[in-house]
Design a protein around this ligand. Structure first.
Ligand code: RFL
Ligand code: PHB
Length: 391
């Protein structure tokens, strides 16, 4: 069997795995990434679009800030609306900070290019990953690549392989505690080469259901509508999407809407999920492998980045023999994760209609938006969470 050796084996070459690898290599720590899919497949997945400022700074620290600086669009605020109120959350005025509109696809592209420049090892199309000896001084990962079984020996394993990966499941079931809330709807998202309907994002709670107007650049929009979980992408022609979207956003915005063909269309179910702990011996879970948030708070990718921050600083110490950071990783990361869970759940509850809900639930949503409209304290609290809690 071919045997490879590294300091940190990273399972998954999505944003978590790539960013961790980039930061570790910059600090002189060797990594090998094992990714199930092809690079093109990873880069074709359209996901998050909003970076917290802490994520922006971490990407700069990783040496991948240049294109983001040139092409990303800093946003000072966003709108939350129902059919009566339109509340502006002015992040800049309330917190002094902004967020950056820059797609996950672009972040991932920049990270792959940076990994090429450094010359790190990223193996694609690996299968049957088996993580072993996590309670020993040295661990190893066995996997199939190019038709042969290979072995990667390492000091630490980072589980960056998303919700459906193998890392979390390597922790014995009786040692894991899982928390979950599945929401009874999904988001249908489209990407279209049209100018944004508004210069800031609009989160809209209408009587027809939720809609979000987001963007990637001045001629590329990402728009979403809440749909029942039973809906399929094939049920949604472009025309049906545009009709539904335009009746869910404020009429004044709808009057400016430019429609066009969709270049991508997908449905994502909404879920809150946390698996504790994040550490098992030499294995550390990072990003979606340990937690999922509904996208309403724009937190998924940003939480992955804060996990990476805690872990990469801890691993730098650990290879020098100082283990406090890795000992504290799970508790430190989870403290921030749970706050983002709370915010994402609150935004989801405030902005969506739930099938079969009672009139009381609707009044609670209205009162929450009304409170935001009239209380600067409430707006500041939302802004602080949206732009990202410190890490
Ligand atoms: P990823 O991006 O899922 O990457 C994990 C990588 O691991 C690989 N993998 C394996 N590799 C080797 N062996 C195995 N057994 C493996 N199993 C899986 C996968 O191929 C993949 O390349 O996790 P990561 O890196 O932690 O990054 C997290 C973010 O991707 C995620 O939090 C966000 O994209 C969440 N998310 C969204 N977040 C937002 O903030 N805004 C959004 O609009 C938004 N939309 C989304 C999303 C997540 C989605 N998923 C997971 C279904 C839309 C979707 C559809
Ligand atoms: C996106 O642009 O894809 C996006 C933006 C904000 C969200 C979720 C998704 O809350």
């Amino acid at each position: 069997m071919t045997t490879l050796t590294t300091q940190v084996a990273i399972i998954g070459g999505g944003p978590s795995g790539l960013l961790l690898s980039q930061l570790l290599n910059k600090a002189g720590i060797e990594t090998v990434i094992l990714e199930r899919s092809t690079r093109d497949h990873v880069l074709a997945r359209i996901r998050a679009g909003i970076l917290e400022w802490g994520t922006v700074e971490l990407l700069r620290e990783a040496g991948v800030g240049a294109r983001m600086e040139a092409e990303g669009i800093p946003h000072d605020g966003c709108y939350l609306t129902d059919e009566e109120l339109m509340v502006h959350i002015d992040f800049k005025e309330l917190t002094g900070k902004q967020v950056m509109v820059y797609g996950q696809t672009e972040v991932t592209t920049d990270l792959y290019n940076a990994q090429d420049t450094i010359g790190t090892t990223v193996l694609h199309e690996v299968s049957d990953v088996d993580i072993r000896d996590l309670d020993q001084a040295k661990s190893y990962v066995e996997f199939t690549h190019e038709g042969t079984r290979k072995r990667l020996e390492c000091l630490y394993v980072a589980g960056c392989d998303g919700f459906h990966g193998v890392s979390r499941k390597t922790i014995p079931e009786e040692k894991r505690r899982e928390f979950e809330r599945v929401y009874p709807f999904g988001w249908l998202g489209i990407l279209s080469e049209t100018p944004p309907v508004n210069d800031e994002l609009i989160y809209s709670n209408s009587r027809h259901g939720f809609a979000l107007a987001s963007m990637r650049n001045e001629n590329l929009v990402r728009y979403y509508v809440q749909v029942p979980l039973t809906d399929k992408v094939e049920d949604w022609s472009d025309q049906r999407f545009w009709d539904e979207f335009s009746r869910r956003i404020p009429s004044e915005a709808a009057s400016r809407l430019v429609t066009g063909p969709s270049i991508e269309k997908s449905i994502a179910p909404l879920r809150s999920f946390v698996s504790e702990p994040l550490r098992w011996g030499n294995l550390f879970l990072v990003g979606d492998s340990a937690h999922i948030v509904p996208p309403t708070g724009a937190k998924g990718l940003n939480l992955a980045a804060s996990d990476v921050y805690y872990l990469y600083t801890a691993l730098i110490d650990a290879v020098k023999g100082k283990t406090t950071g890795i000992d504290e990783y799970s508790a430190r990361a989870l403290a921030r994760i749970w706050k983002a869970m709370r915010f994402s759940w609150q935004m989801t509850t405030m902005l969506h209609r739930f099938d079969g809900e009672d009139a009381f639930a609707e009044q609670m949503r209205k009162a929450t938006l009304n409170h935001l409209a009239t209380s600067e304290t409430a707006r500041r609290d939302l802004a602080e969470n949206y732009i990202g809690l410190p890490f």
